[in-house]
Design a protein around this ligand. Structure first.
Ligand code: ADP
Length: 273
């Protein structure tokens, strides 16, 4: 088996040639990604470089115009072929393409869970109700089982005593930790983080990063869009530097941060470090 095949078969998720435009704005220009089980990947790069769009493409929140996504044991999605199907001249062709898109998106979403920049908790539901919503409604987990698991996860992030609190009664850092617990409660194969600390006051960032680091140590597979370069340096197994919708450079954080090969990476790091 070739080296490439070897690498691909270990992957939990493989993305190839992802392309996405919003109107005339060509945001992703062919992005490849290999996520191996238990690995933490950090996506870094200037604002507008396409990091969030990559992340959202991985769980079906965005549909790329072209490219492939393959989840181990799950869907293999060829977005180019689907887009062609959606443009199909026959009604049956369009309907079949739409069904495939929907099924693949559902399958992708089913296997991953996203932690957003803003926690998106339901304001009129307690912490516990927020956490069990996904498992009971989406995954059809029995309520008692979901509550037991939620309590366990809340205890793990130091929030056992907040189970009956409402989101507005929590600090931003606590809210975001509940957001993480809500993602974990879905028992996903892949955790996606979209700048989870960038909306927080600086003094609250540490507690969220600590939880993320613990999850990495426990072996969760994570893709993290982050401006926290120290975190990327300490926790990530691989760092991808994006600029202008392409991966300019990828590699081990120790190398990327100390000895970037590309001028664009060097300029970015000089600016932000
Ligand atoms: P980053 O996460 O690196 O800051 P994004 O992926 O959020 O970059 O955005 C890349 C580009 O795509 C930006 O120019 C942004 O304005 C644009 N964009 C992102 N989402 C949408 C959308 N839903 N509609 C239109 N433009 C979008």
């Amino acid at each position: 088996m070739s080296h490439t095949e070897d690498a691909t078969t270990e992957n939990l998720l493989t993305a190839r040639g992802l392309q996405k435009s919003f109107g005339t704005n060509h945001v992703l220009r062919g992005v490849d990604l290999d996520v191996r089980r238990g690995e933490v990947i950090a996506l870094i790069g200037p604002s507008g470089s396409g990091k969030t769009t990559v992340l959202r493409s991985l769980n079906g929140l965005e549909t790329p115009d072209a490219g492939l996504l393959e989840l181990d044991g799950g869907p293999h999605v060829d977005f180019g072929a689907e887009a062609a199907g959606v443009r199909s001249r026959t009604w049956a062709g369009r309907r079949a393409a739409a069904r495939t898109v929907k099924a693949n998106r559902a399958a992708l979403r089913d296997r991953s869970a996203m932690v957003f920049q803003h926690h998106n908790l339901f304001p009129h539901r307690t912490v516990l109700e927020n956490v069990i919503e996904g498992p009971t409604q989406v995954k059809r987990v029995p309520r008692a089982t979901a509550i037991g698991r939620a309590e366990e996860l809340l205890a793990r992030v130091g929030l056992a005593d907040k189970r009956d609190a409402y989101p507005h009664e929590l600090s931003g850092g606590q809210q975001q930790r509940v957001g993480i617990v809500r993602a974990l409660a879905l028992s996903p194969d892949l955790l996606l983080f979209d700048e989870p600390t960038s909306a927080l006051d600086p003094e609250l960032v540490g507690e969220v990063l600590t939880v993320m680091k613990e999850l990495a140590d426990e072996g969760w597979t994570m893709v993290v869009v982050t401006h926290e370069l120290q975190f990327a340096r300490q926790v990530a197994d691989e760092v991808l530097f994006l600029d202008g919708g392409v991966v300019v450079e990828r590699g081990a954080p120790a190398r990327i941060f100390s000895d970037p090969a590309e001028e664009r990476t060097r300029r970015f790091l000089d600016r932000v470090l």
